[in-house]
Design a binder for this molecule. Structure first.
Ligand code: NDP
Length: 302
């Protein structure tokens, strides 16, 4: 068997097109131009490259972008003051603080300081709590992107066995919550899970969010399963640096029914979903019905 390759690049481009349409209509009909502020502290090379891609996509969608670069010596109080100003700025509908932050700044304090209505990363305790409670929320972009990718192959996840490897607050846990909301049966595995290959083999849809290059092997995957690879790992091969996922792509593609490549799978969807969240946040802040992006509206608050 040779797996269908889930083309995250193309699916993300399609979603960005829908975002651009929505931005155009919001601006033309309501006079609202969604605005996203991106805050980068220090000069971590990977973060700079992520921020550059995000800024490019924000501009391409017709949104307003606000670029805040702060030196690596920035204090927690200075960053909190900036967040306070962005929270109060009516032209800013989304705030993204690029992680990791320098050691002198407590990331939990910063994440909690972002107004939950502008928390387009979906990391704040308020949005995490709302998601866990099954209430409308701004959900983290990577897990939302994973669900959208899986649904291009399995339009309904209802009743399917799903396994998520990884339980971080930004990927594994919110992904599990989103899968529950899709009525999937969910197992969350982690570094203490026993018999991990056997657990993974139960999955109709397997999600790997570990950060270990090519850890998931062919014999971990049920024939025909859908495999969503979230991992981004830089490795050296033949004297060259390249990016691989958490799944041994070449061998797993021989047994899976469908698989995401790395790069070109989950990564582009993460940025597209960030744009979606910004439009959703702008609509909710303005009290305007949000366009249908396949998620529960966030102004539908109980
Ligand atoms: P974390 O390091 O925060 O979490 C990793 C998780 O994997 C933990 O829950 C850990 O378990 C688990 N784990 C580690 N080793 C093993 C093992 N041997 N067996 C089973 N489970 C294990 O990572 P993130 O969730 O932030 O990211 C995961 C991957 O996804 C990374 O490669 C990251 O770069 C990538 N990523 C990609 C994004 C994208 O847009 N494509 C966005 C965000 C992340 P435990 O909790 O027990 O320690």
């Amino acid at each position: 068997m040779t797996a269908k390759i889930i083309d995250g690049k193309a699916i993300a481009a399609d979603l960005r097109g829908k975002v651009a349409d929505a931005v155009h209509r919001l601006s033309r009909d309501r006079g609202i131009t969604p605005g996203l502020a991106v805050v980068l502290v220090g000069n971590n090379l990977a973060s700079e490259s992520y921020v550059a891609s995000k800024m490019k996509m924000i501009a391409g969608s017709g949104m307003r972008s606000f670029d805040h670069r702060l030196p690596k010596e920035t204090s927690e109080a200075e960053l909190l003051a900036l967040i306070g100003r962005l929270n109060a700025d009516p032209t800013v509908h989304g705030i993204l603080v690029q992680l990791p932050l320098p050691a002198q700044i407590n990331p939990h304090k910063i994440i909690a300081a972002v107004d939950s209505a502008k928390d387009v990363d979906g990391f704040s305790p308020v949005n995490a709590g709302r998601l866990a409670a099954g209430l409308p929320a701004l959900a983290p972009c990577t897990p939302v992107g994973c669900i959208l990718l899986a649904k291009t192959v399995q339009p309904s996840l209802m009743g399917l066995e799903t396994v998520v490897i990884g339980r971080s607050n930004i990927v594994g846990k919110p992904l599990a919550q989103l899968l529950l909301a899709e009525n999937a049966t969910v197992t969350v595995a982690h570094s203490k899970t026993r018999e991990l290959p056997a657990v993974c083999r139960r999955a109709d849809v397997l999600f790997a969010a570990v950060g270990r290059p090519e850890m998931v092997r062919r014999d971990w995957v049920k024939p025909g399963a859908t495999v969503i690879d979230i991992g981004v790992n830089r490795v050296m091969a033949d004297g060259r640096s390249r990016i691989v996922g958490d799944v041994a792509f070449a061998e797993v593609a021989k047994i899976a029914g469908a698989i995401t490549p790395v790069p070109g799978g989950v990564g582009p969807m993460t940025i597209a979903c960030l744009l979606v969240n910004t439009v959703r946040a702008a609509c909710a802040l303005a009290g305007v019905r949000e366009p249908a992006f396949g998620q529960r509206p966030i102004d539908d608050r109980e």
